[in-house]
Design a protein around this ligand. Structure first.
Ligand SMILES: Nc1nc2c(ncn2[C@@H]2O[C@H](COP(=O)(O)OP(=O)(O)OP(=O)(O)O)[C@@H](O)[C@H]2O)c(=O)[nH]1
Ligand SMILES: [Mg+2]
Length: 234
């Protein structure tokens, strides 16, 4: 199969030890796929590594958001990446090798079948400390409640950072709801779902196993929780 109609958007912040490995796995497995690295001023060699991959494979675009004067943020980076893409479908995934690249093909299949959104669903979380599980579970319950009350679209993992989307559909929803997307937040899928009327489009679940990161640091923390609370309210 050819993947000319697909772009993978990778938001990055200091992923120099991971990004080249991920891009080469994607490029080797999915012929013709495009990659956009949306970097937020990494202080390591993330951008250089991504550019090295562009020399090797072609079609790897590096967005240096700091140089472009953009506000830092994971959601803002993903949106920039989607806007920058030129293909019919876009797949968003973390650059830290936690989202298995093997699942990209399954997400792609769902999009080709006509689903507007195909969401990678964490089947199990390995080794999370108790407090992180507790905070995460509580936020998930509130998140589902928010979507339910607003009669918005739901799915098997509303906070997944691994999902594919029909680009035109995303841009249409985003254009009509810009202020409801929390740029500094971590949950762009949730922001999208809350803007979509329940059962108005086909959204599917694609299960996978989530892994703890091997290299680099987690950026998840208290500010992300506050940004998510802001997202619930907007
Ligand atoms: N552009 C951009 N990317 C970010 C930012 N924060 C995190 N990222 C990237 O977004 C992805 C997810 O971030 P992580 O820190 O892995 O968050 P997480 O997966 O919830 O946390 P861990 O399980 O500890 O890895 C990674 O590819 C990060 O490099 C940001 O502010 N801007
Ligand atoms: Mg991670």
């Amino acid at each position: 199969m050819q993947y000319k109609e697909f772009t993978v958007v990778l938001p990055t912040l200091n992923e120099g030890r991971n990004v080249a490995e991920l891009v080469s796995r994607l490029k080797n497995r999915y012929r013709g796929i495009s990659v956009i690295v949306a970097d937020d001023g990494s202080k390591d060699n993330t951008k250089e590594e991504a550019m090295r991959m562009n020399k090797r494979y072609g079609n790897v675009k590096v967005m240096d958001r700091k140089r472009l004067g953009r506000d830092r943020g994971l959601t803002a980076s993903v949106i920039d990446g989607i806007r920058e893409s030129r293909t019919r479908y876009v797949i968003i995934m973390d650059a830290d090798l936690q989202h298995p690249y093997q699942v990209v093909g399954k997400i792609a299949e769902r999009l080709l079948e006509g689903d507007k959104v195909a969401v990678g669903i964490r089947a199990e979380v390995e080794n999370w400390p108790f407090y992180r599980k507790f905070v995460s579970k509580s936020l998930i319950i509130i998140g589902y409640a928010v979507l339910f009350v607003r009669r918005a679209q739901s799915c098997g993992d509303i906070f997944s950072g691994f999902f594919g989307v029909d680009r035109e559909f995303f841009m249409k929803v985003y254009s009509g709801n810009r202020s409801r997307f929390v740029g500094r937040g971590f949950k762009v899928l949730f922001d999208l779902l809350k803007c979509v009327k329940r059962d108005s489009v086909q959204v599917s679940d694609v299960p996978y196993v989530f892994r703890n990161r091997k290299f680099g640091e987690s950026k998840a923390g208290a500010t992300q929780v506050l940004d998510l609370l802001k997202s619930f309210a907007s």
